[in-house]
Design a protein around this ligand. Structure first.
Ligand code: FAD
Ligand code: SF4
Length: 343
């Protein structure tokens, strides 16, 4: 049966949504991609240079923008997917604003939210000017200047790993996977921009799981003199000179440590997106431990929701880098086409 007349809705226009929508449209399907923000791109819009090779993020953004420029692909921005329900042999997708889209299948690609650093009060985010998040540091790289809140040049910057991940207190036991390598990439970028600035990474474990990650870690130590301290930062405060003071338990040296910093960067983790959670609740999609969407099978059903006609792509299921997100989106396309062909 020829199925390319089928209509597929893609909920979310980040890396996963753009890759899935563009690939389906390329294959001849009629596709509607719905994005809640004013333009597609998701979190990738914020990043400067990407790990592992530090290529400009624009190169990947341009690839994805070109990929979605297709005749049979409609893009609706500024609109949230609120509910998906069965309707005859297909699905009905309810959108904010009260409109609906009829579809033969839906790919959910609602992505992640960054952990809200205010929830870790001990780090003083939102209280001390020079406590920022890794996403805000990307903003500084994009503007071409890393500086303290008063505009002065920092002499020492600390990057704190695992903020809001692997932390029972904030109900996130998972590892966000991308923040160790992001810290290493950002540490190198700081050292290249400000050669006289000392950079310290405070980590629990270095999880350099991907291709070229370990090499980047070695490069950071051998060529850029980035310092790594295995230890958990227990609190931050400000001294009389308006410098940040952190207390750390150095677990390799086995002693407590106090250090002054000019800027403290919190490597915030990835959480299931709030808008994705609302959609899951209204549409009967199951969530697993740590609230990400639960897939039908961890090994061979990683894009399947277990609900007829609904498929998953990208970080709405678990933390992933861009490479894995794109592969996951392509696999979601394969599952969707298999489903349409079997009807
Ligand atoms: C600090 C940081 C730095 C990173 N740097 C890199 C890097 O250098 N290299 C790399 O490989 N990876 C990097 N990553 C990972 C990368 O950001 C992700 O792999 C990628 O963004 C995942 O894409 P996604 O489409 O799954 O999710 P998202 O980027 O979150 O996109 C999801 C989209 O869905 C939309 N949406 C959500 N709910 C709805 C709804 N109900 N209706 C309509 N739209 C909705 C959102 O607005 C968003 O646009 C980094 C991650 C972090 C946290
Ligand atoms: S990737 Fe590294 S920083 Fe991120 S949660 Fe895992 S161990 Fe912590």
């Amino acid at each position: 049966m020829k199925t390319t007349s089928a209509h597929i809705v893609v909920a979310g226009g980040g890396v996963a949504g753009m890759e899935a929508a563009g690939t389906l449209a390329e294959m001849g399907y009629r596709v509607t991609m719905i994005e809640k923000d004013d333009e597609p791109g998701g979190h990738l819009l914020q990043w400067h240079a990407l790990f592992p090779d530090r290529r400009p993020a624009d190169e990947v953004r341009n690839y994805l923008r070109k990929h979605i420029e297709q005749r049979n692909l409609s893009i609706i921005t500024g609109t949230t997917v609120e509910k998906i329900r069965h309707h005859g042999s297909g699905v009905l997708v309810s959108l904010s604003g009260g409109t609906e889209e009829k579809a033969d299948a839906v790919i959910v690609a609602t992505g992640f939210d960054l952990f809200d650093a205010r929830r870790k009060e001990e780090y003083g985010y939102g209280i001390y000017d020079n406590v920022i998040t890794s996403a805000e540091l990307e903003g500084m790289f994009n503007r071409g200047r890393v500086a303290k809140a008063d505009g002065s040049v920092p002499a020492r910057i600390g990057l704190i790993h695992c903020v809001g991940s692997r932390d029972e207190k904030v109900n996130n036991n998972h590892c966000s996977k991308v923040c160790c390598v992001t810290a290493v990439k950002q540490a190198i970028e700081i050292r290249k921009m400000l050669p006289s600035c000392e950079v310290f990474c405070f980590y629990m474990d270095m999880r350099m799981y991907g291709p070229y990650y370990e090499e980047l870690y070695r490069e950071s130590q051998e060529f850029h003199n980035v310092n790594f301290i295995r230890g958990k930062v227990s609190e931050a405060s400000v001294n009389i000179n308006n410098r940040l003071v952190i207390k750390v338990e150095d677990t390799l040296a086995g002693r407590p440590l106090k250090m002054e910093l000019d800027i403290m960067v919190l490597m915030v983790g990835m959480e299931m997106a709030g808008a994705g959670m609302k959609l899951a609740e209204s549409s009967g999609m199951k969530r697993g431990i740590n609230r990400f969407l639960e897939t039908a099978d961890h090994h061979y059903g990683n894009n399947l929701s277990g609900i007829k006609g609904i498929f998953y792509a990208g970080t709405c299921t678990a933390p992933m880098n861009i490479t894995d997100t794109i592969s996951h989106a392509r696999a979601a396309v394969a599952e969707t086409v298999r489903y349409l062909n079997s009807r």
